[in-house]
Ligand binder design. Structure first.
Ligand code: T4K
Length: 386
């Protein structure tokens, strides 16, 4: 059996880069609570990502919860069912209710026009997701948010480093949240951040991530949690920053390799990157159409037989998970576009340390099953004619 190829493999810095940063911890014994490495990482990421305010937290789910808490949201939040479970769990965990609306036709992100159809009472915010790092339609979303007096939190877990027309998309809305999970472009083992433009909101975010304490840790002025990133996590982040260009350019190389190999395959639809985007090459989703020889699930199983493990990001839809299906407040809005995409998507393996042999193996599985279909249908035509 050939080596397994997983959907992703975390990028690791040279171990010395990480180790040298840890040495300081053995001297200082400051292991957490906004230590030296934490402060340095916050500063470096703020500059690197071209954002105004960035607060580190201990994962991307807590980033969402902290943003909801700091913005003092109540009632309901409009969001998408086509996302990772954490987006919507964060809403429920904070005692709010999700209102699911559909994604755009032929897209992956929430359809802003459907915000107009939400008639539910007590809606306080919109939580769109930049799925695979492809930016949402911010103008349409924020225009509607303004009219309705809603806050906007972008779940930007996939959008590390993405710029549109030269500007970071992390600066959009009231806040954006990032995930630095091991499987992400940039990681701190586990980790995340909340980005915002308003310095007063940053103060509040910093309070909420630290039990609600004021910066001098004397008084508790907000309802807070323990969302702090520790120094070992920050050390990993600092060790990885110098590799960011290499990480993204290697991902871009394999992304383009897939495009070259697969763009002519009948029945497979590839994602397109808008020209004005500086993309991070975080995912390589393909959509399996009816013209393909196998169904999505048949192709998925074929991959497993070949020891290749892509993922169905994002299937099932959030609204199909038992927790949400059985939940009394599940929204009445229909989401046919999201269902169509969830039923046809496969994210192929994409990470810097792939080899040409790996990517060729993945592409061969697809090309082989499709060409055998073409061959057998030609054969049938010949048989019929003779
Ligand atoms: N919002 C959105 C839109 C998100 O996509 C996510 C997370 C969040 C919010 C929440 O952020 P965090 O709280 O997670 O920071 C993965 C990740 O666990 C999750 O972070 C990510 N989204 C989601 C899309 O994917 P799984 O369960 O599908 O993948 P997992 O963890 O099994 O890993 C995938 C592959 O990576 C495995 O085949 C093995 C490999 N792997 C994984 C880990 C963790 C390694 O080789 N080493 C490792 O340490 O969720």
């Amino acid at each position: 059996m050939p080596n397994p190829i997983l959907v992703t493999k975390p990028f690791l810095p040279n171990i010395q880069d990480f180790y040298s940063k840890l040495l300081g911890l053995w001297k200082s014994r400051v292991l957490t609570h906004s230590g030296e490495l934490h402060q340095l990482l916050e500063k470096q990421l703020t500059e690197n990502l071209d954002v105004t305010n960035l607060s580190l937290v201990n994962n991307g789910t807590i980033a969402l919860e902290v943003a909801i808490q700091a913005l003092e949201l109540k009632g309901k939040i409009i969001t998408t069912p086509y996302t990772f479970i954490a987006t919507v769990n964060s809403i429920l965990l904070k005692g709010l209710e999700p209102v699911f609306i559909d994604i755009e036709d032929e897209g992956f992100n929430l359809d802003p026009e459907l915000i107009d159809e939400v008639k539910e009472q007590d809606v306080s915010a919109i939580m769109p997701v930049h799925v695979y790092g492809l930016p949402c339609d911010d103008n349409s979303i924020e225009q509607r948010a303004k009219v309705k007096g809603l806050k906007v939190i972008y779940d930007a877990a996939h959008a590390f480093g993405i710029k549109k027309k030269g500007e970071s998309i992390l600066n959009w809305g009231d806040a954006s949240t990032l995930s630095f999970h091991a499987t992400k472009i940039f990681h701190t083992f586990e980790g995340g951040a909340v980005v915002c433009n308003n310095p007063l909101l940053k103060d509040k975010i910093n309070q909420v991530r630290n039990f609600g304490y004021t910066s001098d840790s004397v008084d508790v002025v907000a309802l807070g949690t323990n969302g702090k990133m520790n120094e070992a996590q920050a050390a990993m982040g600092l060790a990885l920053i110098p590799y960011l260009e290499e990480i993204i350019s290697k991902r871009k190389h394999w992304f383009n390799f897939y495009v070259e190999q697969l763009s002519e395959v009948q029945g497979i639809k590839l994602m397109t990157i808008p020209p004005e985007l500086e993309y991070n090459y975080s995912y390589f989703p393909i959509l399996i159409k009816s013209a393909f020889s196998l169904t999505r699930d048949e192709l998925f199983n074929k991959f497993q037989e070949e020891n290749i493990f892509p993922r169905k990001y994002f299937y099932p839809l959030i609204t199909d998970f038992s927790l949400y299906k059985n939940f009394k407040i599940i929204s009445k809005h229909k989401t046919p576009n999201a269902r169509k995409i969830a039923d046809s998507v496969i994210c192929l393996p994409l990470y810097p340390d792939l080899t040409e042999d790996d990517v060729s193996r993945v592409c061969e599985v697809i090309k082989k099953v499709q060409s055998s279909k073409c061959w057998s249908s030609k054969f049938k035509v010949r048989e019929f004619r003779s």
